[in-house]
Every structure is written in C-alpha cells, then in structure tokens.
Design a binder for this molecule. Structure first.
Ligand code: ZN
Length: 207
C-alpha cells in the first residue's frame, strides 16, 4: 500500500534527522536563505533536489503542471505570491524555470481538455497554449513539434516572469538572473537556453 511505503520512508528520514541533526537544527533556528527560486513541473519524475543535488534550505520551490508562470495580474495566485516572496523577501539571486521532456501538460496541448469536464486543467493549460501556436507557426517538422513546444513553453514562461515588476527591476539592477532550463528524462541532462546563440546547451559544461 502506497501509504505504508510513505510511512516507512518517513521512519528512515527520522533516523537521518537524528544522525544529521545539526543541519536540521540550524535550518529550524536560523530560518531559510535559499538563493534559487525553482519553478518546475509537478511531474513526479522531475525532483528538483534530486537532479541538482540541492540540500534542504537551498531551493525555494514552485511546482505546477507544465511549469507555468501566470502573467502578473494582482489576483490571488500561488505562483505569483511565491515569485514576489522569493524576490522581495528571500532576495534570491536566481530564478530557474525548468521544463522537461515527456511533459504530460505540454502533450495535452495536442488535444486540449474540455473546459466543461476539466475546467481547471483547461484554463491552466491555456497559459501554455501560445507555445504550441508559436512552434506550429514557424513550420516545425511534425516529429519535432512536441520537444520544441516544451522548449518554447519554458521561454514563454520566462517572458511571463518578467511581467512581475519585482522580477524586471531586480533583473535590470543586475542582482537577479532568470534561467530557462530543460531536463531530459532519458539522459538526466539539464540544458540551458543561451540567448546569445539561441541554442540549448548542457549546464554541466558551463560554470
Ligand atoms: Zn511536466
């Protein structure tokens, strides 16, 4: 039963908690000071701490279907609140928007769900739909449309990120960097979009 597996896992975690108590005690007493806001997909295979080797306290996480950033609107929005909190209060240095191959949310753009049957999914994926439209409009070969849409969506959401005044201001001031990343489920490689060359390159090759 999955619940039993989760509880067993928690028991093992408690052992680690006791044996590495200094780390957890420091985090509890001193508070968090993450340098990175991670905006990734909810997909259970794309675990930010696992693929980056981050420790507790290092990543401030937002995960949602298809790593979407709704444009700033002033309305109640968990992603928007997390962005403002991370930038204005935690003063993170980096925002990573990380998409991934095999993303079910992006796949669903090929046959969008009905707003009547799945109103929340349909509305949410509408925020990623322009990525597919861009890819189709540039005459992309059919076999490349899916991957190219995943990439275009990451760039689209980075653009939406810049509709937040706090992101624009800190980026322009030079104390905040926005990164467009793509995690490949098959190879385990993370690629970053390079604006200068317009190409995606492995982050492991850069410093
Ligand atoms: Zn996904």
């Amino acid at each position: 039963m999955p619940t039993q597996k989760v509880i067993e896992g928690h028991r093992r975690f408690r052992e680690k908690f006791e044996s590495e108590n200094e780390v957890f005690a420091r985090l509890a007493e001193e508070g968090q000071n993450p340098k990175v806001l991670w905006i990734g997909c909810s997909d259970s295979r794309v675990i930010p701490e696992l693929i980056t080797g981050a420790d507790p306290g290092e990543l401030f996480n937002v995960r949602n279907i298809a790593n979407v950033v709704p444009p700033a609107s002033g309305e109640a929005c968990s992603t928007g609140a997390a962005i403002e909190y991370a930038v204005l209060h935690l003063r993170v240095d980096h925002v990573v928007v990380c998409g991934h191959t095999g993303c079910g949310g992006i796949k669903a753009l090929e046959a969008p769900p009905s707003p009547e049957a799945e109103p929340h999914i349909a509305g949410w994926l509408g925020l990623a739909a322009p990525a597919r439209q861009q890819v189709l409009a540039r005459g992309t070969a059919p076999e490349e449309v899916y991957l190219e849409t995943i990439r275009a969506n990451v760039l689209l959401q980075c653009g939406n990120l810049r509709t937040y005044p706090c992101v624009r201001e800190h980026e322009q001031a030079g104390d905040l960097s926005v990164h467009a990343w793509l995690y490949d489920l098959r190879s385990g490689v993370i690629e970053e979009y390079r604006l200068a060359s317009g190409t995606w390159e492995s982050v492991a090759h850069s410093r």
